[in-house]
Design a protein around this ligand. Sequence first.
Ligand code: FES
Ligand code: FES
Length: 153
Amino acid sequence: MQFRKYSFKLNNQSIAVEAPPAYTLLEVLRNVLNLTGTKDGCSEGECGACTVIMNGKAVNSCLTIMEQVEGADVITIEGLAKDYEGDALLRAFIEEGAVQCGYCTPGLMMSSKALLATNPKPSADEIKKALRGNICRCTGYAMILKAVLRAGS
Ligand code: FES
Ligand code: FES
């Protein structure tokens, strides 16, 4: 198999990885870099479990091929987790009980983080709209909504 080298910024550090050209960002994160915080739920853009922030926007990493990642700025849940003490969103998810099995949580947090970066005090409707691509099978969404509202207050 032929490999290609990709250079990009990951969690504020410049990195270079080698991967087959057909690899997605999700495959590189999980299979090459062993960053398993980003989850693989459906591999086809339906569940949002694989959401990361790329160039300031929430994207499905399962649909993002490495060609698109060259030179980009990518933040994953591991980047967010580094700043647990100071991160209002992470604390709000825990304090509001917005996490059950946790499979959806990294993706929900990345979508929420991207929203809060451009809209620091979103309304409930704005949050629902921003998170509509993220499926959660456990919580019923009410605690997630409360957590993002709290983080934005
Ligand atoms: S794994 Fe990417 S949207 Fe489901
Ligand atoms: S907490 Fe289990 S899928 Fe959301």
